[in-house]
Design a protein around this ligand. Structure first.
Ligand SMILES: *[C@@H]1O[C@H](CO)[C@@H](O)[C@H](O)[C@H]1NC(C)=O
Length: 297
């Protein structure tokens, strides 16, 4: 028992004072000067003395690389530098244009954000201190709407994309049938309170409303559209008033007018015509909203 105690004491003494004895081959008579300064590093391992075979370790601030230097015969052996570039960092909710590019100081990084996220206004620049500012993608938000004659049931400071808004309207007023959802283009549908009535139905190009047009319509009222002759309707001809808003009106697609062998021909939207071109080859012409797809060479 006493022997073990004595050995421990010697061991403890030796780890402090017996270095030259415990590390054979070390020549403590030749010392190195202070280890060289390496830019953009912190020294992580530094011996008490700088004698033969002693090691200093540096860590590069920006890259995290470890550099080491050894004292040999009174001189520091290596002359390492930290690399002078910035690596592309991980971008949450986005991605870099050139993921494996090494950017040099002063270069700016291009990156994109995922759907429903937006970039910060300033492009990140590679600097000695790393990326300034860091690339960042933040989720799109909608502002709290001010609802005339109504109030929000779940008020928060701002709403992220896909969050719904619950609201109610004052007596006798109507609100949208579905809860508005925050989208990249704002609230859909618009959170409003009204008596449900709509004003004039929307105008369309090359078409009009079949019925007599009124200056206002009750909630749920419908109007029917028609297109000019030779124009083809795309979309629903019936448009409905729903809590102050009209549904999407149809479009009237243009015909194509062409002359084939001195004859005037009208091709309606999506109609086609096979003709023989001057080079004797047959070609199929298709009309798309006033424009001919395919032509004779
Ligand atoms: C919002 O919802 C759509 C459809 O469900 C989805 O594709 C999109 O990723 C969502 N966006 C966010 C930011 O959660």
């Amino acid at each position: 028992m006493r022997n073990i105690f004595t050995s421990l004491l010697i061991l403890a003494f030796c780890t402090r004072y017996c270095t030259s004895v415990t590390s054979p081959g070390k020549d403590e008579t030749i010392a190195c000067p202070q280890p060289p300064h390496v830019e953009n590093t912190v020294i992580t391992i530094k011996p008490k003395l700088f004698v033969d075979k002693d090691k200093v370790e540096y860590k590069c601030i920006f890259t995290g690389d470890t550099l080491s230097n050894t004292c040999e015969k009174g001189k520091w052996k290596n002359n390492y530098q930290c690399s002078k570039f910035c690596l592309v960092p991980k971008i949450f909710d986005g991605f870099p244009q050139q993921p494996s590019k090494k950017y040099i100081y002063g270069e700016k990084m291009e990156y994109e954000c995922n759907k429903d996220y937006k970039r910060s206004d300033v492009a990140p620049e590679c600097t000695r201190q790393g990326w300034k500012p860091m690339p960042q993608c933040t989720i799109l938000t909608c502002e709290v709407p001010h609802i005339k004659d109504g109030r929000i049931s779940n008020p928060v400071k701002e709403y992220n994309v896909n969050k719904t808004l619950q609201y109610s309207c004052n007596d006798n007023l109507k609100r949208s049938q579905t809860d508005p959802v925050c989208t990249a283009e704002g609230w859909k549908p618009e959170p409003v309170c009204n008596d449900g009535r709509c004003s004039l139905p929307p105008k369309i190009d090359n078409g009009d409303i079949k019925d007599r047009v009124n200056s206002w319509y009750n909630d749920g009222a419908e109007v029917t559209y028609q297109c000019k002759e030779d124009y083809v309707m795309e979309g629903d001809s019936v448009v409905k008033c729903s809590v102050g808003d009209w549904s999407k009106p149809p479009q009237c697609m243009k015909p194509c007018l062409l002359t084939v062998q001195d004859k005037q021909i009208t091709l309606k939207h999506k109609e086609d015509l096979k003709i023989q071109c001057p080079d004797k080859k047959r070609t199929r012409l298709i009309c798309k909203n006033g424009e001919l797809l395919n032509k004779c060479p």
